[in-house]
Ligand binder design. Structure first.
Ligand code: DLZ
Length: 163
């Protein structure tokens, strides 16, 4: 996907409680994604942040589902790095993560920022990791999207409640 057309998402999200769930594969790229998510959260005024590490991207949906159902979180941010290898494994892990995180979000009503990179090679991942020299900052984007969704829904729900 092209980054052309990406919105600039800046919201005041002070007071929100957020969990960041991160897989553990591809350490350098994941470090960049985590730093980007942290920057987005602190820039929006979020101070109540829980970070959870899981083994791989396949485990992101179950961890997010448990946290969402435990209650208390306004938004979740899921971070993973999946790099294509020589077998169809890549497709299964990407589908499981994507479908699973979509289900968690829709079924629980808690926005889940999707920060899972699905790349053909490591260079593509580095280009999106928010590291010095990267063109994109997908950890930041995922966290900002989750916060913006919470704030947008609260505005609509607040308007309806007072109508
Ligand atoms: C097994 C595997 C492979 C080959 N590659 C990745 C990857 O690039 N990124 C990632 O996040 N996880 C990978 N995994 C691990 C799976 O996500 C999962 O942790 C294992 O299959 C155990 O359930």
């Amino acid at each position: 996907m092209s980054k052309a057309g990406a919105p600039s998402l800046t919201v005041d999200a002070a007071g929100l409680r957020v969990a960041v769930v991160a897989a553990s594969w591809h350490d350098q790229v994941m470090g960049g994604l985590l730093d980007g998510a942290r920057r987005a959260l602190s820039g929006a005024g979020v101070t109540d942040v829980t970070e959870v590490r899981v083994p791989g991207s396949f485990e992101l949906p179950v961890a997010c589902a448990r946290l969402a159902r435990a209650g208390g979180y306004d938004a979740l941010v899921a971070l993973g790095v999946v790099i294509r290898g020589g077998t169809p494994h890549f497709d299964y892990v990407c589908s499981a993560a994507t479908d699973g995180l979509t289900r968690v979000s829709v079924d629980t009503g808690i926005p889940v920022g999707f920060g899972v990179l699905t790349c053909d090679d490591e260079q593509q991942a580095l280009d999106r990791a928010g590291l010095p020299g990267s063109g994109e900052d997908k950890g930041h984007e995922a966290a900002a999207a989750a916060l913006a969704t919470v704030v947008a829904l609260r505005q609509v729900e607040g308007v309806r409640a007072s109508a």
